[in-house]
Design a protein around this ligand. Sequence first.
Ligand code: M6R
Length: 613
Amino acid sequence: MCGIYGHIKKNGEENSVLVCLEGLRQLEYRGYDSAGIAGIVAGNIVSYKAVGKVSHLDAIVQASPRELDIAIAHTRWATHGGVTTENAHPHFDQNLNVALVHNGIVENYLTLRTFLEKKGIQFSSDTDTEVITQLIAYYYQGDFVKSVRKALSYIEGSFAIACIHKDYPDTILAAVHARPLIIGICHKTGDVFLSSDTNAFMGRSLDIFYLHDDEIAAISRERTEVYNKKGRKLTKITERMALENQKISKEGFDHFLLKEIYEQPTTIRRTLTGRLDSNKELPIFEELTVTDDFLKGISQIKILACGSSYHAGYIAKHLFEAYAKILTHVEIASEARYTDFITTKETLVIAISQSGETADTIAAVQNAKRNGATTISICNVERSSLSRESDSTLLLHAGPEISVCSTKAFTSQLTLLSLFAIKLGYLKGLAKNKVKELLSELALLPSAIEKVLRLESQIQSNSEKYAGYSDFFFIGRKHMFATALESSLKLKEISYLNANGYPAGEMKHGHIALISKNFPTVAFCGNSETLDKLLSNLMEIKARGGPILAFAPLSAQEIETIADDTLYLPETPDWLAPIPYAVAGQLFAYHIAKIHGTDIDQPRNLAKSVTVE
Ligand code: M6R
């Protein structure tokens, strides 16, 4: 996680401190434990640091404003060392010659720290990052680039860094290994910007390029030079990027999360737009670079993802198997990256990631590629690192998801995966009238979600009733199993309550031991094929005094004799039910979190993109 930003002023008029503050606001989704900025004034390194969000740093800057022409900046998600000012980036060497910001993890930091301490070097933080800073200063003999190259040659792990040296008052050095960093030059002013994410360049028209592994960029007012590991100068091709300023606002909602929940009928429509042929009878994916011939020959699919994206993949597995008859495995990316990835020429790997920056998902795709798989990524963010790793990318078009807790990206992932399963089904011989039937069911999704949104006050009443419990089970079967997992994750991450999902059939294998009057179960009853089985499970919970809240279709009225509380959701075919049921689960979690007064959009300990292992 962590976000890096930097600015060098040439002919522009902006103060580097304010430019960096704005950049950090755009990168805050990457971590909000602390933030900091460093620059050079009259040959000395100066800095600002604050624990907490960028707004805290802003207040410190306002209290003692400075005009800087060069600055590096950072927003932190703590890995090594607590959330303190000392551990906030930028970090310095003991003589305050070098300042450095870092995204990634130095795996051998203890060995390096011990080495430096034996040389008498004093550390002032608990971070792995300070080791890089001190090492650069230790090797510095008048050539900044050389000292950075030498120091980095000892680093094991991943990094994107930006650093300054007081002897080089108009230069930022930047380098990466397995972490993104983009450099942008304003073609009007010559000002240079660097960032962990192109979206933080919003509102600027820049010529950009990506730093690749083990390259070092020396960026100054006069020129930007890039060297490879051996010190050979490289020519980088730039692309012009003009991202319009997007007004990011809550639009009257109390939280981004609620706004994004309400956006879902629209975002789902956007995911579907342009993805049907002119007769609206077949799915089309114009951006796909893998051919239909290849897709026709696929014999297995491996889905790689983390968190909510994994849940979307798990639900999609049923669709690939039901409609395309393709054996599908879903793997948590942090596990898949270390497996012996068994692929054949007929294996398709689908990586799902809202951000496209999740380190484990990227590494799992790299593992798949090393083993010869063809890879398609499903992302919400354009130009993400994952897209650049994949053979082809399908974009969700759900718009920026600001809340750390994923909602609209999840339902757009499911929508896109459903459409893709229908396409594969068609290529594999699914009857044209079945394809038509599935597409017409898919088209009804936005209105099904609108119906769920109209139930918000009923869902809120139930949240009020259940907010006092501290432990929850979420259960479902088949399509509703991963829906239950997803809903339990929502509750966990924004309310900090203990919520665990499991497939209802597993109940008697252990979970039931926890059932008591203090341990409610939220049951997702939207899978008609397995409803009877689920009802039996609920009877068994009821018999042991466990409170039950059921989300169920109107046709399942018998649920009232079992559940303590029932929320009726629109009738939806089993294969699509995860989408409206997930929306109900989002609203339930939201209202419980609101009662608990948590930081709903930026819950403690989390970050929107998990860019470290
Ligand atoms: O950007 P990604 O989809 O790769 O992110 C994966 C998970 O980190 C993410 O879904 C996380 O679980 C969310 N906070 C869930 O709301």
